[in-house]
Write a protein that binds this ligand. Structure first.
Ligand SMILES: Cc1cc2nc3c(=O)[nH]c(=O)nc-3n(C[C@H](O)[C@H](O)[C@H](O)COP(=O)(O)OP(=O)(O)OC[C@H]3O[C@@H](n4cnc5c(N)ncnc54)[C@H](O)[C@@H]3O)c2cc1C
Length: 535
């Protein structure tokens, strides 16, 4: 026996959580939201912003993938965390809220994604947010996701802002307004010291609706196809095989890693890959799993010579206890916000229309030892600086027909000369910032990469061996009209009926900044298109 719904949304993450909530809002449609993760919006560690460090490799809330090793990044596998919990990666991420630039979306429209220019997506961004800085032509005030600017919990932030201004990077009061360029305190999807995931802001308020079924611990294993029409989903709940039928549509929102995997397991993708794993080809689509992009960066680490500038001073001993109390009583302090609370968006070349690189500054040195993450007692800071619109593309494909097997994630970082050169320029700019007063007055030693890493070749070699992703994979079911596009501008899978893909995987190119806000916007837009089509 199959259960019957109008819509089935597979995945409850940044995009899927919003789609399920919006489609069930008017009460006219029955909606099933399937989520592989067991934990919901009440998961303790997900609520506290600073506890995102614990979620980083928490098997209860994280898929904990690894990429294939590649010589381009030192023959190492790279860690690929992804949320496996109600709210998906929005429930485990760093909560930094960056929409990207007007130019990112206008570029999508130029690529043939009609309806995705900045002017088109702006109402979606405004609809989803409640920005504490107020409403204007660019910002929204009434939406479900509360957005707040981080506070300057140590004098570190004023030093960073002043040094950036002295370096010629202007102060920007709102990088999510019309113009991204400048230095600013990060905005976060945080309200009163609590994470604002899509589970908290969209699904929790929608839970009581009789027409919405949220099924956690339910991992989709394939789509049910009737010829070229998708009619439902097969899934597993704690080892029990189930299926559900969709009278109208299935929306695949499993994220950049799992959406192409689910399509391939369902016989949709490159025929030679499907046949290699004994899967019947239902529909040939060469772009499935291709165009994998992400940001790639190294962490620079410096010591700080002055007391009470670095966050390490308040992260240990009695001062930490005081911070804990401050958080419990007032929901304030560093525990109440994300770790990289200062952001710089800047140009690495003369004559560019908008910033091509970014820097995130962290007021301490993180230590990762034996799987444990903590803040070093050594006074210091760390930062990453990298290109915003990476051009290197990799791929992601199934390794077998078994749904429980991880896909092969093949990044191709630093393949593009543009990425290599822009990353090198961004690192040089970061070093210039450290050498600019007033920050330079408190900076001690460059611990990493270290002063012996100077020439372009040395920096590149260091990047290859010590770089990491910044957890923004996108693009593996890209939207567009070219032969490698997987979905059209309405997010319908090319050549099929009854199935859309809506999550970070549909981005044709990567946005300038973090990818949670754009993924949530994709969720809002998908729901809007479905409801206004009446399909
Ligand atoms: C550690 C980390 C830190 C990050 N920090 C930031 C940040 O500070 N700011 C920012 O903007 N972005 C950040 N990101 C990136 C951002 O969170 C993601 O780009 C965004 O959440 C992607 O949204 P999505 O809807 O595509 O996928 P997700 O939010 O990952 O949602 C996919 C959902 O589908 C579920 N799923 C997958 N497969 C199946 C299946 N077969 N059956 C059922 N359910 C399934 C998953 O469990 C998950 O809930 C970070 C990401 C990580 C992992």
């Amino acid at each position: 026996m199959s259960e019957q719904f109008d819509y089935i949304v597979v995945g409850s993450g940044s995009a899927g959580g919003i789609i399920a909530a919006r489609l069930s809002e008017n009460g006219k449609h029955s909606v099933l939201c399937l989520e592989a993760g067991e934990k919901d919006e009440n998961y303790f560690w997900s609520k506290i912003p600073a506890a995102s460090a614990f979620l980083f490799d928490d098997p209860k809330a994280n898929w904990r993938y690894w990429s294939e090793p590649h010589e381009r990044y030192g023959d190492r596998p790279l860690y690929v965390p992804r949320g496996k919990i109600l709210g998906g990666s929005s429930a485990i991420n760093g909560m930094v809220y960056v929409r990207g630039q007007k130019q990112d979306y206008d570029h999508w429209a130029q690529l043939g994604c009609t309806g995705w220019s900045y002017e088109d997506v702006l109402p979606m961004f405004k609809r989803m947010e409640n920005f504490d800085g107020g409403e204007d032509e660019h910002r929204g005030r009434g939406g479900p996701i509360r957005i707040t600017e981080a506070s300057k919990v140590t004098p570190f932030y004023d030093l960073v802002i002043q040094s950036a201004v002295n370096l010629g990077i202007p102060r920007n009061p709102d990088y999510n307004g019309g113009d991204q360029e400048g230095v600013a305190m990060a905005q976060g999807s945080i309200h009163k010291g609590r994470r604002q995931s899509t589970a908290v802001c969209y699904l929790e308020p929608a839970r009581g609706r009789p027409n919405l079924t949220i099924q956690s611990g339910a991992e989709a294993s394939s789509l049910i196809m009737d010829g070229k029409r998708c009619v439902g989903v097969r899934y597993q709940v704690r080892g029990e095989a189930r299926e559900a039928r969709a009278g109208r549509e299935v929306i695949v929102s499993c994220g950049t890693i799992n959406s192409p995997k689910l399509l391939e397991l369902s016989g949709i993708g490159q025929p030679e890959i499907l046949r290699q794993h004994g899967i019947d080809v239902v529909h040939a689509l060469p772009g499935v799993g291709e165009n994998l992009r992400d940001h790639y960066a190294v962490l620079l680490k410096y010591t700080i010579t002055q007391k009470d500038v670095s966050q390490s001073d308040i992260s240990h001993g009695w001062k930490f206890i005081r911070e804990g109390l401050r958080y419990m009583l007032f929901r304030k302090g560093f525990i109440a916000q994300s770790m990289g609370a200062a952001r710089l968006f800047f140009r690495t070349r003369e004559g560019l229309e908008s910033p091509d690189a970014m820097m995130a500054l962290i007021p301490y040195i993180p230590i990762l030892e034996n799987g444990e993450r903590r803040i070093s007692r050594q006074r210091g800071l760390s930062m990453f600086a990298h290109t915003q619109r990476t051009e290197s593309t990799g791929s992601l494909h199934i390794k077998s027909a078994r749904p429980e097997e991880e896909p092969a994630i093949n990044y191709n970082f630093l393949d593009s000369a543009y990425d290599r050169e822009t990353n090198i320029r961004a690192i040089r700019k970061a070093r210039e910032l450290m050498a600019t007063p007033p920050l330079s007055d408190v900076i001690g030693e460059e611990l990493e990469p270290g002063t012996d890493v100077q020439t372009d070749d040395e920096i590149l070699d260091y990047m290859r061996h010590f770089g990491q992703t910044t957890y923004h994979p996108i693009g593996t079911c890209k939207m567009g009209r070219d032969p490698m596009a997987v979905v059209d501008e309405k997010l319908r899978v090319h050549g099929l009926e009854g199935v859309r893909v809506a999550d970070a995987s549909i981005m044709p190119t990567i946005t300038s900044g973090n990818t949670n806000a754009p993924s949530m916007m994709i969720g809002e837009k998908c729901a809007d298109m479905i409801l206004s089509d009446g399909t």
